[in-house]
Ligand binder design. Structure first.
Ligand SMILES: [Zn+2]
Length: 297
């Protein structure tokens, strides 16, 4: 097991992505926050969880790490007696799919975009973390997949799941609870931080912008937005994130078009004026600039 990505994980604090092995989960508390009528956000360690409850049963968006499954199921049970019937994964990363096998054993049907199943089942190498990820066991794989999207008519709501162009990865989905007016963005949006662009999973900065634009188009000032990581967000916060990413992207694109190397572009610090606000989490300005460079055509 490689420890080389541990400092990165520690830098991200409680929401350390993808670093299950090093973490002591016994101390993690899973907390539920009511977002709208019938919709909750659960936090523990890993990606934010979305939860729809009602007489149809529970529908969960993402499931963090396997050692947290009992705590997650207990948090759901504290809200509703109905079982978890569906889990929708926003993408394949282990801090969003680590509980899949346990959720499946508990009776949930696992649902995701087809690239999520493809990447989970085949094993991956994540360049950003210098980390090899083994193929997931059969029981952790989505059993219902889709190419572009699908809709659940569930708990009196219309839950639209739509795939976006390669953004954080090439299997990202956004989940919109139309009636409750809540949108879960997965890691296309990290509230208060630059995004991770997982280029080894096909991620691209332009997809991050397309995803953000699609969510902005679907949202109003009243919409509650559950980001992949970070606090529950408003449309204005997503807009600020989108504008920041867009500005840095355009600056990097200009330098790249001028023929500058990756090193020269990073050294030019095109994100400098944003780093105090957006570069204090896991993703620092220089690292983000490099990933923007790598993922531009
Ligand atoms: Zn992720």
């Amino acid at each position: 097991m490689s420890l080389r990505y541990l400092p990165l994980a520690l830098a991200f604090g409680v929401a350390a992505p993808l670093a299950a092995q090093q973490q002591d989960f016994s101390k993690v508390e899973v907390k539920a926050e009511k977002v709208a009528e019938g919709v909750y956000m659960l936090t523990g360690s890993g990606g934010n969880i979305g939860l729809s409850v009602g007489k149809s049963g529970s529908l969960v968006v993402d499931d963090q790490y396997a050692p947290l499954s009992d705590k997650i199921l207990a948090a759901v049970k504290a809200i509703t007696p109905e079982p978890v019937r569906f889990v929708v994964n926003t993408h394949w990363h282990g801090d969003h799919t680590g509980g899949n096998e346990n959720m499946g054993k508990a009776g949930a049907i696992l649902v995701a975009q087809e690239n999520v199943r493809r990447r989970l089942s085949s094993g991956q190498f994540m360049a950003l973390f210098n980390r090899k990820v083994d193929p997931a066991p059969e029981g952790a794989l989505p059993v219902v997949t889709f190419a572009e999207g699908l809709t659940f008519f569930w708990n009196g709501d219309e839950v639209r799941v739509f795939h976006v162009p390669p953004a954080h990865t090439d299997g990202d989905s956004v989940i919109q609870f139309v009636k409750a007016d809540v949108i879960h963005t997965g890691d296309c949006f990290v509230n208060g931080s630059y995004p991770i662009i997982d280029t080894s999973s096909g991620g691209r900065v332009d997809g991050i912008l397309t995803a953000a634009d699609r969510v902005l188009a679907a949202a109003t000032d009243k919409t509650r937005i559950i980001p992949g990581h970070g606090a529950l967000a408003t449309r204005a916060e997503l807009q600020a994130y989108r504008d920041t990413v867009k500005t840095v992207r355009d600056r990097v694109a200009k330098l790249k078009a001028e023929g500058k190397t990756r090193e020269a572009v990073v050294a030019a610090k095109p994100s400098a004026d944003f780093d105090a606000r957006w570069g204090q989490g896991f993703m620092k300005g220089d690292a983000f600039t490099g990933l923007v460079y790598d993922s531009l055509p």
